[in-house]
Design a protein around this ligand. Structure first.
Ligand code: NZQ
Ligand code: ZN
Length: 383
């Protein structure tokens, strides 16, 4: 077991109606707020209205930046920073899924640093403080609501990367599962896949952490039991709540304490699919994970065996990969590039970009070289 620090400063408000307390919470941070959201889902599910009402009821002036796209881009971050600076905002409020909240994290740092968002993403600044950030989550998937990571893409430099910094924890996150009742089936599936992938990235990380392993098994079991039930009963508050809480715990530190490094290699491959083809994040992972596990099998055999024993009562590494892939397939998530309309004609372009960006995880035992990446692409295309 490795040394670690456990410190998550986000205050999480979970449950029906919790946004009723947002206004009085926000008032502690000032009287002017920049409200950031995506392309309009929040206008339909009540989360934007409830949040804005809360702010205005408490005398907080609201300035808005909307239109953040899924797989968010740095250009939106820079434009939103301008709106925030011009209006002298005291805080940033994000309403939506990972894309809106990740953008808001970077906005809250860049407003104070007075610089382009990409400089921060590339680690070229050393931020000390950020504007307080409050998140209202409407999609169970990323755990951004309780971590310090932002994932943003840049089409000028052809990168989609993550950046982690302690100034980017939301001060408060409001999680009302009611807002997720409107999430369509495909995004619900993406979220379930994403949360499982987050647990796996840490499971295949470096170092031995038995309690984290047990948390990992439990979170995946929660997703495997309640995920399919939720798809059959999308209006169930209880099932939405279970998946929402599982997703938060999948990447808030719980499954990584005691490990040295998470892996993250599959995410870095998935990010290239999003960058090149705008593939939804969850979909990239159900395609890349089985291929990555098949290729890395000789190096991760023991981990696969332990995972299989605990999830499927079957300690065969091969069967574990097949059963996980089968689970993704049954959810309706793509497991090959062809399932999202990408064929052999994209092979070389994809291999080239993965190699140019040196996509890799952080566990040195699973480190990928050019020929590994090429083999993984072929497995993602295998019939
Ligand atoms: O844009 P709007 O209109 O809001 O619609 C969104 C979007 O089209 C819609 N949506 C959100 N809540 C909804 C809803 N539709 C109906 N009802 C609701 N309640 O769903 C679509 C996807 O939204 P998005 O925010 O992009 O999804 P998600 O939460 O999966 O976030 C994905 C982004 O997060 C990054 C991904 O790479 C991707 O860019 N990640 C962030 C991480 C982190 N910060 O820790 C870790 C993850 O591994 C991931 O990389
Ligand atoms: Zn993810």
């Amino acid at each position: 077991m490795e040394n670690f620090i456990a410190h998550v400063p986000t205050e999480l408000h979970f449950g029906k109606g919790v946004v009723d307390g947002l206004g009085s919470t926000a008032l502690k941070y000032g009287k002017r707020a920049l409200l950031v959201y995506g392309k309009g889902s929040v206008l339909k599910n009540g989360s934007h209205k409830d949040t804005k009402e809360q702010l205005e009821k408490n005398g907080i002036e609201v300035f808005e930046y909307s239109g953040i796209k899924p797989n968010p881009v740095v250009d939106d971050v820079d434009a939103a920073v301008k709106v925030g600076q011009e209006n002298g905002v005291d805080m940033v409020i994000a309403v939506g899924g990972g894309s809106a909240i990740d953008s808001a994290k970077l906005i809250s740092v860049a407003i104070v640093e007075n610089c382009g968002g990409w400089e921060i993403m590339k680690g070229e600044r050393n931020p000390i403080i950020s504007l307080p950030l409050i998140a209202v989550l409407t999609l169970a998937a990323t755990a951004t609501e309780m971590n310090s990571v932002a994932v943003i893409q840049n089409h000028q430099t052809m990168e989609k990367i993550g950046y982690r910094h302690h100034t980017m924890y939301p001060m408060h996150s409001f999680l009302d599962p009611t807002y997720t009742l409107s999430v369509p089936r495909d995004q619900t599936v993406n979220g379930i896949v994403d949360l499982i992938a987050h647990v796996l990235e840490q499971y295949f990380g470096q170092g031995d952490a038995s309690l984290s392993d047990r948390f990992s098994h439990a979170i995946i079991q929660e997703a495997m039991e309640y995920g399919p039930q939720l798809l059959d009963n999308p209006d169930s508050y209880l099932l939405r709540a279970r998946i929402m809480w599982a997703a938060t715990n999948a990447l808030n530190g719980l499954t990584s304490y005691g490990r040295l490094n998470m892996d993250g290699g599959v995410h870095s491959i998935g990010h290239i699919l999003s960058l090149l083809y705008d593939t939804a994040h969850g979909a990239t992972l159900s395609i890349a994970y089985p291929a990555w596990m098949r290729h890395l099998k000789p190096r991760i055999r023991e981990r696969l065996e332990k995972l299989g024993e605990n999830l499927f009562n079957d300690s065969s590494a091969v069967n574990t990969i097949e059963m996980l892939e089968d689970f993704f397939r049954k959810l309706g998530s793509p497991v090959r590039l062809q399932d999202v309309g990408l064929g052999e004609d994209k092979r070389n372009e994809l291999v080239d970009r993965l190699n140019k960006n040196q996509c890799n995880g952080r566990n040195p035992d699973n480190s990928l070289n050019d020929s590994d990446r090429e083999a993984i692409v072929d497995l993602m295309l295998a019939q």
